[in-house]
Design a binder for this molecule. Structure first.
Ligand code: ZN
Length: 239
């Protein structure tokens, strides 16, 4: 059976109203003060940074966003009976909201829908933490151990989860088709997965508005808007 790997980046979620925060030209990189809010050492050492981070999370569009046609096209491919694995650079959880089973989605940069304790690693739901912030706790502590809480996203200065990365690598090596969608393929190691897939014989398809460093190696490059081009492309792989 054909295994289709989907590597998704910020571009698949812009139709859902979520800006590109992390990319090379993303919000964080253009504003050093904003970048501090998502830099591990600054976050851990400065309570004011944490208070600003919590206020920002409360205002974030990510938790209110809805999946769009691109996310739904991936789910429809999976429901057609084709083996699909999603590797995403996004932290918005929209693939799962669109119906992809949790176990078939690898979140390279974690998720903004959970919080994690930096001391005991207990996880809980982001909305619960935001309710505490709204009720007046400007830097809510872990309810289990009192440690500092953070979003369950991978901050700058933190390493990616090696287990998630290992699974992503295995999928890149095993898949017959690798579709990189809405990613500039400039942030490693996520980007290099496209090269690994091509090295192992996968058909490489790049769906992105802008050129990427892997376009030369791609079997197919699609520049049309994701919301229309991805559903059309993925229908070709339905079981
Ligand atoms: Zn804790």
């Amino acid at each position: 059976m054909t295994l289709v790997a989907i590597l998704s980046g910020a571009g698949i979620s812009t139709d859902s109203g979520i800006p590109d925060y992390r990319g090379p030209n993303g919000v964080w990189r253009r504003d050093p003060e904003a970048e501090k809010l998502v830099t591990y050492d600054a976050y851990m050492s400065d309570p004011e940074i944490r208070r600003r981070s919590w206020r920002m999370r409360g205002d974030s569009p990510a938790l209110r966003a809805e999946p769009n046609a691109g996310h739904r096209a991936v789910t429809e491919l999976e429901r057609s009976g084709t083996a699909v694995r999603v590797i995403t650079q996004n932290v918005d959880g929209l693939h799962q909201l669109a119906g992809m089973p949790e176990r078939k989605v690898l979140e390279l940069h974690g998720t903004a829908r959970s919080v994690v304790c930096t001391r005991c690693h207990a996880r809980s739901a982001m909305p619960d933490a935001l309710d505490r912030v709204a009720a007046g706790e400007d830097d809510p502590a872990c309810l289990v151990c009192g440690g500092i809480l953070k979003s369950a996203t991978v901050m700058f200065g933190e390493r990616l989860d090696p287990e998630v990365l290992g699974q992503a690598l295995a999928i890149a090596k095993a898949c017959e088709v690798f579709v990189a969608v809405g990613t500039t393929l400039q942030v490693h190691p996520a980007a290099s997965l496209a090269g690994v897939a091509a090295d192992h014989g996968a058909r490489l398809v790049v769906v992105n508005a802008e050129p990427t460093p892997y376009d030369d190696r791609a079997d197919e490059v699609v520049r049309e808007p994701i919301g229309t081009s991805l559903p059309a492309l993925l229908r070709g792989f339905h079981a």
